[in-house]
Design a protein around this ligand. Structure first.
Ligand code: PAF
Length: 280
């Protein structure tokens, strides 16, 4: 496994293998089983696998969140080596955003609600850095976790609009044994908060169960999410949503398919989770 820092080194590796398929897994490091599931999928489907590790400052709307973000490059590299990754790009900030950098990508409606509304500028930062990653690696496929469902929708929209010639692959959310979706943020929870954090999963299960028993009314599904979340004393609801999985616009009336999603603070830690229901 090659670990490199410059754009030129990534391009050289890509140029050396023009006939081979490349899968890219973009990450911000602090890798867990969720990331590794993306790497394994990329390994299965491509001749070469590249992983980027870059804590992208432009997607953090809260500076304390950026400072608190764990940086564990040495440990990440060991995990990636064990997964037989070919190339890791871990650039310093100036390599991605050199002095004088002044271009950003703004994705429209799909990036406005939910995470876009709660974290102003977040998706602009994500779209810009992901476009750069796509240009640097020129992969055949890029892998993202369905846990960040709106991020997947925003990136798909950007890739379509800007004619990136590659497949965007969304992979299922990986969960702890008690249902909590894996996230590098989980490490910030104390013992009581860690127990409380399962309420996001429990709320989704209640709503999915209602869906499976025929509930299609979007307001009633939202109420089930909200009511379950509020049973947990340590949880503070940021939003609950029953939205179209492609456009991210809230559904009114009856749903045929939906992304059930939510964000909630457990103590000071903001967690998100989601599940898809209906024909996708
Ligand atoms: O999902 C993430 O870890 C980040 O948003 C990404 C896609 C690596 C862009 O910085």
């Amino acid at each position: 496994m090659q670990v490199v820092t410059t754009i030129e080194e990534v391009r050289a590796a890509r140029r050396a293998t023009p006939a081979l398929s490349w899968g890219l897994v973009p990450t911000m490091g602090a890798l867990h089983e969720g990331h590794l599931s993306l790497v394994r999928r990329a390994r299965e489907e491509n001749a070469r696998v590249g992983v980027s590790i870059f804590v992208n400052p432009t997607q953090f709307n809260d500076p304390t969140d950026l400072v608190a973000y764990p940086r564990t490059l040495e440990q990440d590299a060991k995990l990636l080596e064990a997964e037989r990754v070919d190339l890791v790009w871990a650039p310093p900030e100036e390599e991605v955003y050199p002095p004088g950098f002044q271009t950003t990508i703004t994705v429209g409606e799909v990036a406005q609600p939910l995470e876009g509304a709660a974290r102003p500028g977040h998706f602009q930062g994500v779209a810009t850095v992901v476009a750069k990653l796509f240009n640097v690696f020129d992969p055949n496929r890029a892998y993202f976790g369905q846990k960040d469902a709106q991020q997947v929708a925003v990136i798909r929209q950007m890739a379509r609009d800007l004619d990136f010639d590659m497949e965007i692959v969304a992979c299922p959310t990986v969960r702890e044994a008690d249902g909590l979706a894996m996230s590098s943020r989980n490490a910030r929870l104390n013992l009581a908060e860690r127990r409380a954090a399962t309420v996001l999963y429990r709320a989704l299960i209640v709503a999915v169960d209602a869906w499976d028993h025929g509930e299609r009314d979007a307001d009633r599904l939202r109420a089930l999410l909200q009511n379950t979340l509020t049973t947990e004393r340590l949880a503070r609801v940021d939003y609950v949503s029953v939205a179209d999985p492609e456009t991210m616009q809230e559904i009114s009336g009856k749903a045929r398919r939906a992304l059930l999603s939510m964000a909630a603070f457990i103590g000071a830690t903001r967690l998100i989770d989601n599940m898809l229901v209906g024909d996708q």
